[in-house]
Structures are given as structure tokens and as C-alpha cells.
Ligand binder design. Sequence first.
Ligand code: DX5
Ligand code: ZN
Length: 241
Amino acid sequence: MPDIMPGMSTFEQLRAGQPLITVGVLSADMMSLAAEIETVRSAGVKLLHFDIMDGCFCPAQTVGPGFVKGVKTDLLKDVHLMISEPIEKLESFVAAGADIITINIESTRHIHRCLQTLAQMENVNDPARGIVRGVVLNPGTPVESVRPLLDDLEMVMLLAVNPGWGGQKFIHATYDKLTRLRDVISEAGRDILIGIDGGINKTNVAEVASAGADVIVTGSAVFDGENPKANAEFMVKALKQ
Ligand code: DX5
Ligand code: ZN
């Protein structure tokens, strides 16, 4: 499968390719970022995950739209916003080339308006492709909170760690939330992608996929400073079994 499939929307590409891994860029060796990205691309990775943190919604600070834009790649850019009241910033991340924008639901009083705002925006990589909009839930946030939003998003992502850092342990209760989320989505009769983010490694990636995740974030387990190519290849293969 080529990196980008012409004529298909971003959503359709994800649906056709699922389950997919999306690799956390911030765990890469920043001194060799281009080579690190090429390494995972050659292993079959289709998506790059950018964790945007402002030191306010969550304790750590990371990067902004300038970094997202500066990463020149044909891979799909999956931007996860963990910033307080992101509505005014959405445009800058779209302009930076985001193909997917997910927003932590707890980070704003106006999640519905954020999703409506994104619906008005075009994907700068290809206006016909569309932007996949999503919400992300912290481990303590019930899945029912997405129910009123299901007509206005294409993806729901569950955090399996508390937002802030890579390399944390997967919270096991996420499996129950995943089951409930599948029920909530199917009761609503909607076709919505499910993502899982945090604590995914070689030992649990296949289990998370078979539990029903379509898009699986993995950062430190791929960019471990040792063998990102073998790690990414292992994960890509594990998903297809
Ligand atoms: C948590 C982030 C995750 C996480 C991924 O704040 O949203 O994307 O850091 O990193 P690993 O795979 O190392 O848990
Ligand atoms: Zn993330």
C-alpha cells in the first residue's frame, strides 16, 4: 500500500488500512529526525503522531505548529492537542499540514464548537482529502461523554496513560473503556475510528488491535534508541496477524 492513496479521503485511508500504528515523533532522536522518519516509513508506517502539550493542560511542554509544519513528509500527520482552550490554535495546526486533529475533551469548555470549527477547514495537503476530527479521553473520563458528539467527529481516541509523558505503563482498565466505546458507537449507528494512545509496546500491540482499536499510537517502544526499524516492522506485522 502506498503512503497516501489518491482519490481516497483521509478517513477512508484509515478505514482501509486499519489497524494502523501511528508513531510518536517526539520519542525520535531529534538530531536524526529525517532519518528516523524514513526508517519507520520504510518499515510500513503510514502515520506520524505529534503530541502537542502546553504545560498548562498537562504538565509537560512540547512543540507547536512550527514543528509540525517543519516535518516534511508524505506520511499522514496525526496531531494530538493537549493544550488549554485550543479553539484559536486549530487554524495554525491545520495550516501546518495536519491530516488528523484530535483534541482532549477535558481541555476545552467548547469541544463541540472546536469540532464544528474544524469541519469548516480544508486539508492543506489536499483539499479533497479532508481532515479527520477526533476527541481524546483521559483515563478518568467516561466514554459516554462522546455520545453527544458522534455526529461531529470521525475518531475517538482513548488515552491509556495520563497525558504528559511517553514511556508510561498501559492502564489495563482501558480495555473495558474500549468495549464500552464500541457499544456507544454501534448504538449510535455511526462509523467512527477508535484510537488508543499510550503505553503500547511489542507485548501488547496485537492485543490492543484485536480488542478493536483501529489506530494505535506508539512512541517510545518504536524509537527506543536501539532498533526503530525492527521495532516498527514488528508492530506493523503484529497488527496484520
Ligand atoms: C501521552 C501521549 C502519548 C504517549 C505515547 O501524553 O499522548 O502519545 O506519550 O508515548 P508512548 O508510546 O511512549 O507511551
Ligand atoms: Zn498522543
